[in-house]
Ligand binder design. Sequence first.
Ligand code: NAP
Length: 211
Amino acid sequence: MSFGGHVIRTRKIGIMGGTFDPIHYGHLLAAEESFFALDLDEVIFVPTGKPPHKKMRRVSSTEDRYTMTLLATLDNPHFKVSRIEIDRNESSHTVDTLREMRHWYAPDSIQFFFITGLDAVLDITTWKEYTALPSLCNIVAVNRPGYQVGKLEQLPEIFKGNIVPLEIPLLSISSTEIRRRIESGKNVRYLMPELVERYIYKKGLYKRIGR
Ligand code: NAP
């Protein structure tokens, strides 16, 4: 793009959406691998506010999930964290977040890559205004070894060429498994940054009591 005789390079922004309850090394590695594989300028972590699809389980408070995400990303200069969904009072919908974030940048100066888990991407046809998503971003579907990436073929035609599958060479760490381990007093060391682990214990998150 040219502006006043100057060529403006399109910035490539990764948007890492997730509940992050808690954030772990799988998420951080997915963001870092996306950064290098897609030649991104930065990755913005967007912890969900009130997830519309998580009414069945108690999710940790938005502030706890935001703080853990901040602690986990502190030491990486190309990672940022946004409160855009945390500060929204109503349910979080990706389409609204992407539309709002587009206003932060000059028109046509950016390309968004929305990064999330393959399982979340396979449910994309249940998301609000999902048909609008390909015009707003590319979608990076992060896969754990052994999952069925072939299922992406079953998504509607509009997602053809829009979804980038990315396999991360990592263990089977999941937030669910971490919560279970903490609930039953098992070891979680080395599954997430130490600061996040310390925060979880200090705040008493994921204990059985009150759940
Ligand atoms: P989820 O059901 O918690 O996660 C689905 C799977 O993807 C899990 O295996 C999860 O692993 C993994 N995952 C989640 N975020 C990831 C990430 N950034 N990188 C790598 N793996 C990731 O899904 P969720 O976290 O609630 O939602 C994911 C994103 O989709 C959020 O940004 C959410 O807002 C969006 N979403 C939007 C709508 C909508 O607009 N209506 C509906 C659903 C989801 P862990 O359990 O280990 O995290």
